[in-house]
Design a protein around this ligand. Structure first.
Ligand code: MLT
Length: 404
């Protein structure tokens, strides 16, 4: 018999969102007539922009011809798409060949762990997107789970609380994961805060992995959308990002990672070289159909559609946040982010999750799923049809949520 990768035994439960689904199913078995509203996983609900749909049809037709067919492409992505994405999202900040197109930010995060290997120390914001910690555990970067602390050994947790405005006291580690706009708290780091982060990374020889998957939700022009707006960031930071949320590509899959050529390991090797090696070894490039269709859609019409979708979800966020505020809850985020982070009076966020589910048939995400710092919070996602959002708010206002 083959021995199991012992790191899997360290993981606490299933991955957060499948675990929520499991509980959802269990609830539905007990209450088959329940009309659930899902404000749990941040999954987009509005149709693809028409410009993308038309481009997809066109590309699919071309693929059915001898002249238009294409097989394997460059693992790094279509050259023209790399140029376009760099030009639109990083004007004057990066070179197109520093940007690698992929099947999404989550997948790239896992591949980054593979590139770094298991001898690195990592620091995460607490709470944080669970992929950083779970993939580090699977890679063997961590020790065991310490039940009393609800933390893994060898992971540096940087608490993000209302008291520190969700910007942590930075701590030393080889790799610092930082997400802004933040999943789950919805906090957005200011320019000064990111300058501090970049300075800290330089002084401590760390690499920042900056997760900008929600950057397009920033509508305040004073807030940075990319780490590369900060001087010197190219020497210390990798950025992952995605079309999932702004273009509704959660199921379509397309994202990217920027690895600047200035970023070096201690032996002088460019990290860019190793990332190229990872992508050419374990990845065969994103689907050519969606890459070509996206390239054709990144025009005024497509970017206008993107803005419209973002405005729609931000309005949802406002509706949820306003309602919870009026009900007396302490809420965070939701202004330049699609998540509302809600303080509860419960000391167990799975209990709070169950209580909301039982009383309102609304699925949220328990804060502890993002780390011990989330234990007294639940997260509401603003992704949903407007009617469902309004119905959810009406249910919340009617419900007696005495435990939260
Ligand atoms: C979330 O709900 O935190 C995210 O949407 C999940 C993901 O993007 O993988």
């Amino acid at each position: 018999m083959v021995k199991r990768n012992k790191n899997f035994a360290k993981l606490q439960a299933g991955y957060l969102f499948p675990e929520i689904n499991r509980r959802k199913k269990e609830f539905m078995e007990k209450h088959p007539d329940a009309d659930l509203i899902s404000l749990g996983i941040g999954d987009t609900t509005e149709p693809l922009p028409q410009v993308v749909v038309e481009a997809l049809k066109e590309v699919a037709d071309e693929m059915g011809t001898v002249e238009g067919y294409s097989g394997y492409g460059d693992e790094q992505g279509l050259t023209e798409l790399r140029k376009k994405v760099a030009e639109i999202f990083y004007p004057g900040l990066i070179e197109a060949d520093e940007l690698f197109i992929s099947d999404g930010a989550k997948c790239d995060t896992g591949r980054l762990q593979m590139m770094f290997g298991n001898e690195m120390t990592i620091a995460v914001q607490d709470p944080s997107y669970p992929v950083y910690v779970d993939s580090a555990v699977i890679m063997g970067q961590t020790g065991s789970y310490v039940t009393e602390k609800k933390q893994f050994e060898n992971i540096v947790y940087m608490p993000c609380t209302a008291e520190n405005d969700f910007f942590p006291k930075l701590k030393k580690a080889d790799i610092i994961y930082f997400c802004s706009p933040n999943n789950p708290t919805g906090a957005v780091a200011t320019k000064e805060q990111l300058e501090h982060l970049v300075r800290f990374a330089k002084e401590n020889d760390a690499i920042i992995v900056f997760d900008a998957a929600y950057a397009e939700f920033i509508t305040d022009p004073n807030l940075p959308k990319t780490i590369y707006e900060i001087e010197g960031a190219k020497e210390v930071a990798i950025e992952v990002s995605s079309f999932s949320k702004p273009f509704g590509y959660t199921g379509v899959r397309l994202g990217w990672t920027v690895v600047p050529k200035e970023l070096k390991y201690s032996d002088g090797t460019a990290v860019h070289n190793d990332w190229n090696r990872i992508m050419t070894t374990v990845f065969n490039g994103a689907s050519n159909i969606i890459q070509k269709a996206t390239l054709r859609s990144l025009n005024d019409e497509g970017l206008g559609e993107m803005k419209r979708l973002i405005a729609y979800y931000l309005q949802n966020a406002k509706i949820i946040k306003d309602a919870l505020d009026k009900m007396g809850y302490q809420t965070y985020g939701g202004d330049n982010a699609p998540y509302i982070w809600v303080k509860t009076k419960s000391d167990n966020s799975w209990k709070a999750f169950n209580h909301i589910l039982e009383e309102t048939q609304i699925v949220t995400t328990p804060g502890s799923g993002f780390g011990p710092g989330g234990e007294t919070y639940v997260r509401f996602s603003a992704f949903g049809h407007r009617k469902k959002i309004e119905e959810a708010v009406a249910r919340l206002q009617k419900a007696v949520l005495e435990h939260i």
